[in-house]
Design a protein around this ligand. Structure first.
Ligand SMILES: [Zn+2]
Length: 84
């Protein structure tokens, strides 16, 4: 005969084990960031770009996409003020 509290504890332990495992898997996936490979598309990053930005994690195309997106989200105003 199982005590409901025992069952709840067991369920919680199982839940924690799963969460911990997921966390570990995520950490492992995140860790081996291959230098010189774009994190967004997986293409190799141009060596010229790597020389200029050794910490670059995106290829030029993805970086430009990102910057375009950032500008679209509200940086245009600043750009215009400075530009003209
Ligand atoms: Zn890319």
């Amino acid at each position: 005969m199982s005590d409901p509290i025992d069952l709840a504890q067991e369920a919680e332990e199982r839940y924690r084990a799963v969460a911990l495992r997921r966390h570990q898997l995520r950490a492992v996936c995140k860790e081996p960031l291959t230098p010189g490979v774009c994190v967004a598309c997986g293409d190799p990053i141009a060596s010229g770009r790597l020389a200029a930005f050794p910490v670059a994690r995106r290829c030029i195309e993805c970086q430009q996409d990102l910057e375009r997106e950032a500008r679209r989200r509200g940086l245009d105003r600043k750009m215009e003020e400075r530009g003209r």
